[in-house]
Write a protein that binds this ligand. Sequence first.
Ligand code: FAD
Ligand code: SF4
Length: 495
Amino acid sequence: MSRPKPSERMKMPRQEMPARDALGRGHDFAEVNLGFDPALALAEATRCLECANPTCIQGCPVGVDVREFVRLVLAGDYGGAAAKLREDNVLPAVTGRVCPQEEQCEGVCLLGKRIAPLAIGHLERFVADWERATGTVALPKIAPPTGKRAAVVGSGPAGLAAAGDLVQRGHAVHVFEALHEIGGVLVYGIPEFRLPKEIVREEVENLRRMGVTFETNVVVGRTVTVDELFAEEGFDAVFLATGAGLPRFLGIPGEHLIGVCSANELLTRVNLMKAYRFPEYDEPVYDCRGKAVAVVGGGNTALDAIRTALRLGAREATLLYRRSEAEMPARAEEVRHAREEGIRFLTLTDPVELLGNDQGALVAARCRRMELGEPDASGRRRPVPIADSDFEIPLDLLIIATGTTANPVVQATTPGLATDERGYIAADPETLCTSRRGVFAGGDIVTGAATVILAMGAGRKAAASIDRFLTASSGAADRSGPAGESSPSGSEGRA
Ligand code: FAD
Ligand code: SF4
């Protein structure tokens, strides 16, 4: 069949992602989206205009050659499309599910100006799933051993991306992870119904097959320090990718009450420790069955937490957000899915006090209505309290999801490691060098909470920098502790 002309393609509707029925899916943890089949993938790929200046590529933080991989989908060469994706993106089955495409590649796709952007994320997921289902994941070539050893601290997307690139360059790579499972936020934060853990496990297995070694339950800074990694364990370089997983609280009266927790705690217990299968799994979680539950926040974490509470049996699941829906940082698809599942959105609402009973348990939140004022430093309109507008909502559980900050252990135990004023590790934006020679840092621990693809991009940048450092240094990495300090604004050539 001949392909429609570009003018006709511009009128073709975008193919929708098939999803499970909204009411049924709100009761279990199985994945919500079902994925494209080959017919849908072909219909969607047909829409691509194959632009001479493909803005989609510029919109992707790691520069995936979208036009070419879509062309390969159109040609039915799914293996070729997967290989093309993997040139720039080592976790396509993950990013195809969780990237905020509407702000990236799809946000600048030229089709978006006419009808609707190409569903690049859905096509990415289709290709990556096809590759997994057919067992055809092609592992990249590994260079001959260099004799150099790199330690990666933290196994989130930044650490995994760096490990994959470093091992390909022939360096021995050992990943240290504080938790008992590899994957960072991909396993402990993002719930099964958005990103099945099996997908992350398969990617980790691929890295193992490439030669990366993993060690869990090691808190660097406690079990072993960065200095010891150099001086006692014989590593030549260290990449710090410890993330921003420390929850922030609201600082309002009543936060100590029973029935108030951070999204981080709830999600970790449920995702990583399978608390929803207690007592089969030895991990309790707050009993949401028949309870009134709310989350404070408007990001992906807030939505993940409240949709998790719904699946744990909450009678009422409410999201409290102090700005309007237009300012919510969560992905548009997640907002839509949450609404479909029956999550109640109370926007322009800010909790100012949590009220308890004489047992010290939460019974209600006193909230204040807000209106939008002038834009603040984030560019979003600032929420301004409305006088005399307080009201109470009865609650059994309140989940706080108003942001996280740097995991602090490594900074506190690594002499000479410079941090910024917020406690994040200071690293050169181009080389990801820190103030310690041979020590590099990237991902959320440098930028603050961001996205999976940006963390992966940082991991790849760090790997390139570490590779230059290792090949230039011929074993001259700093193994001497603070004496080897240098400025994060320098280059790895300082070695
Ligand atoms: P992390 O993924 O946080 O990994 C850091 C790892 O380091 C962790 O495993 C931690 O246990 C380990 N670690 C910490 N300290 C030590 C130590 N001292 N020793 C050893 N190990 C240590 N982004 C998107 O793009 N799309 C989404 O839909 C999305 N949803 C999200 C939902 C939730 C609930 C959360 C919390 C985040 C979400 N994000 C999303 C953000 C994204 O997941 C993060 O930006 C990304 O995971 C950061 O990667 P990272 O590798 O820097 O850190
Ligand atoms: Fe295709 Fe959109 Fe990229 Fe143009 S901008 S090549 S239409 S995906």
